[in-house]
Design a protein around this ligand. Sequence first.
Ligand code: MN3
Length: 208
Amino acid sequence: MNYPFQAEALPYDYNALEPYLSEEILHYHHDKHYVTYVNKLNELLKNYPNLQNMTLEELLIHTDELPNEAKTSILNNAGGVYNHELYFACMNSSDCELPTDKLALAMNAAFGSVDQFKAEFTAAAINQFGSGYAWLILSNGKLEIIATPNQDVPISPTVTPLLCIDVWEHAYYLQYQNRRPDYVENWFNLINWDFVGARYMSLNNQGE
Ligand code: MN3
């Protein structure tokens, strides 16, 4: 039984991402925004016992099993939970890390270089109109960069997200105001490449 879903604790101290991301932002972002998605998802699933055994991923992938009258609400809130858990997990406090091993090789093959990846990912994050996310995904075994609106999740039997940045204003406004490009630039210092690499390896090995 996955229901009721429990909010995950932030995987580091609230001030661990200073100076790039303020303690104040993480308090609001985790304790208010993220936790609200968990609570709303549980509230919605309360009425559907047949959905309460499904994992978060199953809710997002097997959308045909969701009741029409609640499908959009369930997907928005399950997406809000999934996206925030990945976003928080993709950051840590160690500076100057870079992708390593097979992920580094795959990124060089897909984008040419880590710098080129950063340029393309930055463009996706900055150009996402309004609220949403930019992503590094593994799609049919290939690395791709995409952006999505709102709490949409790029997940399917053939697509798995590896890394995301939240570009909703609540993710940066208290510190950066309207300067989304500055937030994105600084966020690159926070990427937990060990986590992203392990995620990539776990998927990559399944296909070999
Ligand atoms: Mn958010």
